[in-house]
Write a protein that binds this ligand. Structure first.
Ligand SMILES: Cc1ncc(COP(=O)(O)O)c(C=O)c1O
Length: 303
């Protein structure tokens, strides 16, 4: 049975039905995972941190020697226009946006000249929200044996289309009854979730793994840094170990798609009292305002 997915795909200038959008088998994004991407969403019709997502997409592209097919200004214009097309077709309901630049079509081989034209793809579909009960009760994550990519092999700070490391970690966590996984690095330090960053609360201070542990510099993570600064919530970025997680009173993960999600158990052990704690709840609330402020600033809206 084929699934009907509400949305459409922008492919190199054309807007196509989900099933009509096709990439050649010889696209190196398909053959080698040779692509970069970003995921974001709109709130009340406006994309959150669009500029930052485009900046990170360009940084990722540069790291893999992939020339973006448009400049940043053109990217922004295309994305905003595509969002408008989505709202026209599907009413103004919030949209999930995945922007992909793949290496493009070319003969088998690794030489860059084989693929002169990168493909630009933007997937637009209805935001699939995590059930409210998970925000209310928190989720159970599993510390999986699979380690996060070593930065010397494939830097987790490059948001590349090669996500097998994370996908397999997620499946391991699912098999053990978890909602998702937390991954360590080769030194046994905490890194991040499979598609999210990790925060802990210990004695009313927030802690998050240092970037040098090998993780994606999440944009939600950055917005939480800003929020903590504004509200004078102490936040420390440092090397963290699993024992820090089990000693924590609270924990949560964050990403552009899920915002802040409380974590109440890890590998079948309770975190704190086993329910979302006061600082997490406060941040969840404050973060809503941070989202609104960020959108107002970026899209020059009146307050
Ligand atoms: C591995 C990984 N870490 C963290 C994040 C969170 O990043 P952001 O807040 O920019 O969405 C993501 C998001 O997709 C991710 O894939």
């Amino acid at each position: 049975m084929t699934q009907k997915i509400k949305g459409f795909i922008y492919l190199n200038g054309k807007i196509l039905e989900m099933k009509q959008a096709k990439i050649p088998v010889l696209d190196h994004g398909f053959l080698y995972g040779d692509s970069v991407y970003e995921t974001l969403r709109t709130y009340n019709g406006y994309p959150l941190q669009l500029k930052d997502h485009i900046d990170r997409l360009f940084r990722s592209a540069k790291s893999i020697h992939l020339p973006p097919p448009k400049n940043k200004k053109q990217f922004k214009a295309i994305i905003l226009k595509t969002i408008q097309a989505y709202f026209k077709k599907f009413k103004k309901e919030d949209v999930y946006i995945r922007i992909i630049i793949s290496r493009g079509f070319g003969d088998i081989g690794f030489d860059l000249h084989l693929c002169p034209s990168p493909n630009l793809i933007i997937i637009m579909k209805k935001v699939s929200v995590i059930p409210q009960k998970h925000y209310q009760n928190g989720v159970h994550l599993i510390l999986v044996p699979r380690i996060r990519n070593n930065p010397k092999a494939l830097d987790p700070n490059i948001k590349s289309g090669n996500y097998l490391n994370n996908l397999l970690a997620y499946l391991e966590a699912k098999r053990k009854g978890g909602f998702d996984a937390i991954m360590l690095n080769a030194q046994g330090h905490l890194t991040e979730g499979t598609r999210s960053n990790l925060f802990l609360v210990h004695k009313n201070k927030l802690y998050t793994p240092h970037l040098k542990s090998g993780l994606l510099k999440g944009l939600t993570r950055s917005l939480i840094f800003e929020t903590c600064k504004k509200h004078k919530i102490p936040l420390i970025e440092k090397t963290l170990k699993p024992k820090d997680l089990f000693l924590a009173q609270e924990a949560f993960t964050c990403s552009s798609l899920q915002a802040i999600l409380p974590v109440v158990r890890v590998s079948h052990k309770k975190i704190g009292k086993g329910k979302p704690g006061p600082l997490t709840k406060k941040l969840m609330h404050t973060f809503q305002n941070a989202i609104e402020d960020s959108i107002r600033r970026e899209h020059c809206l009146d307050s």
